[in-house]
Structure formats: C-alpha cells, structure tokens
Design a protein around this ligand. Structure first.
Ligand SMILES: *Cc1c(COP(=O)(O)O)cnc(C)c1O
Length: 381
C-alpha cells in the first residue's frame, strides 16, 4: 500500500548515509569507538551519568528488570495501555505483572492512584510508560515509590527529549529505557539505550549486555586486556557501530525534530479541537512533550471501524495505541483478567493520526480534511 500520508516517516539524509559509510570504511563494525561516543553524547544530552547502548528497548527493559534483581515471587506494577514489551520484560523474570489503570480520557499515562492501589507486600518495582511522549505524573509516582521503597523503571520509548520541571524523561526513576526502532523519534532501525545515575546498576547492565564477560573484543583490540572471565549469566544485547553512527546523527536532529512534532501537534489541536465526534487528550499539559504520537479519541457514538476504513481508503495511514496488554491471549492465561475500566474505554476509541517531523503542510491539510469527512461517514445518521 502506497500511503498518501504515512503514520510516520524517517528524517534521513546524506548525513546518515555518510556516517554509515564512515563506519564501513573504518572496518570496525561492532561495539567500539563510535558506540562509546554515542553513549557519551546521549548521557550528556539527558544530563545523566551513564548511558548504555543496546540492541533494542526490549533488551533494555529486560536488563533493567535483571539489574534490579526482580525475580520469581516479586510483583511489578505497570500500565496495560502500552506496547507489550513493557510487560514481557517482567514476565522474562518470572515475576508477576500487576496492571494499573490510566488517569482518564485526557491523560493516557498510568495513574498514580491506581499504582498506589496495586501495591502489596510483594511489590518490588513500578514500570511507567510516557505515553505518546508526555511524561507521567513523576513527582506523584516517585513519592509513592519512596514511601514503599520501590524501584522505578521508565519505559521512555516514546519520550526522548521530553521533560517535566526541567528534568528529562528517563532521569526520574532508577533506570530509563529508550527504543531506537525505525518509527521512533530517534531512529536507527533496531536499537535501544538504557540510562541510570547509579554506578552499581550501570556496571551490572554493561556486564549482562555482553555475556557477563569482564572484557570486550574492543578492549582486547585496544590492548587493554588479553583474556576475560565470565562472572554472570549474560546475553548478547550489543548494538553495532553502524547503528551507533546513525544514532549520533539522529541525536543531533532530535531537539529540532521534537519541536516540529510539537508544532504539528498544536496545529492538529487548533484544527480539530472543536470538531464534534472526537477529542484530543491534553495530558494535563504536563511539561514538554516529545510528541511521538498524535492520539485522538472518537466519541462513543462514532464507529471506529468505519472511520479507520474511510481514512485508509483515502490513503491516510492510522494506527491504534494500544490494544490493552491485559486482554491479549497470553496475558489472559492462568489467572483472572483484571478490569481496567479507563484503559478499556480509551483503548476502544483511540485512533493515532500521522505525525512526523518531515510532514508537509499539504499532508497535514489532507489528513484534516479526511478526518472531517470520515467522521461524517462514521457518525450515527
Ligand atoms: C517501541 C516500544 C518498545 C519496544 O522497543 P524495541 O526497540 O522495538 O524493542 C517498548 N515500549 C514501548 C512503549 C514502545 O513504544
């Protein structure tokens, strides 16, 4: 399908091509000097002590749970309105996942009160997800975490560069996880970044990223080590130099591109804010968003299926963020399915519209026109 307006698109050009070619010419393909520079630049941008590049956000979330010592018998509280990887990372540890509800139709992030209500003596950690690039209510969530001595993991896959009270997403909790997947604000194809201010966690994560080995191929190449020991059961969650080079270029574009995303978001709001049949969540205007997604909620009387089919027929790609995790077959097995009324309500009416930094004025106007037409067709006659 050739979309007239895709849901998202890359901002890639000659800089990315040149950066990839430089790595190829250097003849050093995996974790080395470029990855180190990418990690340092990423940490400096966030204002955090340690950034560790990995193969995906899923790997980052797994390493976060591992480093915090989550295990069988423990409970981790997480939202259900998220990508399934947030939840899967808890299940990798054989820990129990306790789903919390969102705040409401205007704020699709996990609700602090719902987190508080889910705490038991077995709770070990809270994983939050900054939906669409808007930070969760981190001051309230950190207060709850401190009160109950719980660790906090931030799934910041939507939120590189987002901030609240001058503090960037991923720097609030114990560990932050980013995705560099092809459709994210900072894209390298596959890839992830895990960040923390705690040296003990950073050391553990570095070790587990590469087989629990005490030295890397790169260290031995530099003559820093001749052999190695294996001191933990690790994984291969490494990134490679080509993707780190792409990441460095994309990091340089992030602030500008997030600004473009936000202006497009404001134009959507100005044009669709008063349109009958849909609403745009404002996330309580918490902080500066990375504007990863443009979620709208259709009115209960509007048929989502008819609306989406009309948009697709006119060449406008849309998506749904997300089918709730607690309703997936795997998550329904062996236990009672929780009832999360706000998550279920919002998930049944949400549609994500195109938003990407290179979106043209003509593309935006097409989407706006087609939204209004599709709504007329999908509303009760
Ligand atoms: C994309 C995404 C992930 C997974 O990222 P990968 O890099 O593809 O593993 C995890 N959580 C959220 C919220 C995401 O949007």
């Amino acid at each position: 399908m050739q979309w007239r307006v895709p849901l998202s698109d890359l901002d890639y050009g000659t800089e990315e091509k040149d950066a990839a070619c430089e790595v190829i010419d250097s003849r050093w393909l995996t974790m080395g000097g470029v990855t180190q520079r990418f990690e340092e630049a990423f940490a400096a941008y966030l204002g955090i002590d340690y950034a560790i590049a990995v193969s995906s956000a899923t790997a980052a979330l797994h390493l976060a749970n591992l480093a915090l010592g989550i295990g069988s018998g423990d409970e981790v509280i997480a939202p259900s309105l998220t990508f399934v990887a947030t939840a899967n990372a808890v299940r990798y540890m054989s820990a129990s996942l306790i789903f919390a509800d969102i705040s409401g139709e205007n704020d699709l992030c996990v609700a602090p009160e719902s987190i508080r209500a889910a705490i038991t003596p077995r709770t070990k950690a809270i994983t939050v997800m900054h939906y669409g690039g808007y930070l969760c209510d981190m001051p309230a969530i950190l207060e709850i975490a401190e009160e109950h001595a719980l660790a906090v993991i931030e799934d910041a896959a939507h939120a590189p560069g987002a901030e609240l009270d001058g503090r960037k997403a991923s720097t609030w909790g114990d560990i932050g996880c980013f995705s560099l997947f092809a459709n994210k604000n900072l894209a390298t194809g596959e890839g992830g970044m895990i960040v923390t201010d705690r040296q003990d966690l950073a050391d553990r994560i570095r070790l587990l990223r590469s087989h629990g080995m005490t030295s890397l191929t790169w260290d031995r190449h530099l003559g820093h080590a001749d052999s190695y020991d294996v001191v933990a059961l690790g994984y291969n969650y490494r990134i490679d130099e080509i993707r780190s080079a792409l990441g460095l270029v994309q990091l340089g574009k992030l602030e500008t591109n997030n600004g473009l995303r936000r202006s497009l978001g404001e134009r959507y709001r100005a044009e669709l804010g008063d349109v009958e049949g849909l609403s745009l969540p404002d996330f309580s205007n918490r902080g500066v968003s990375a504007a990863h997604l443009l979620p709208v909620l259709l009115a209960p009387s509007v048929s989502r299926k008819t609306f989406i089919e009309a948009m697709h027929a006119r060449g406008i790609q849309t998506s749904i963020h997300y089918p709730p995790v607690h309703q997936f077959t795997y998550y329904r097995q062996g236990g009672s399915t929780p009832h999360l009324p706000l998550t279920e309500e919002v998930a049944s009416r949400e549609v994500t519209l195109p938003l990407f930094p290179t979106m043209t004025d003509a593309q935006l106007k097409s989407v706006l026109t087609e939204v209004k037409t599709a709504l007329r067709g999908a509303a009760p006659q």
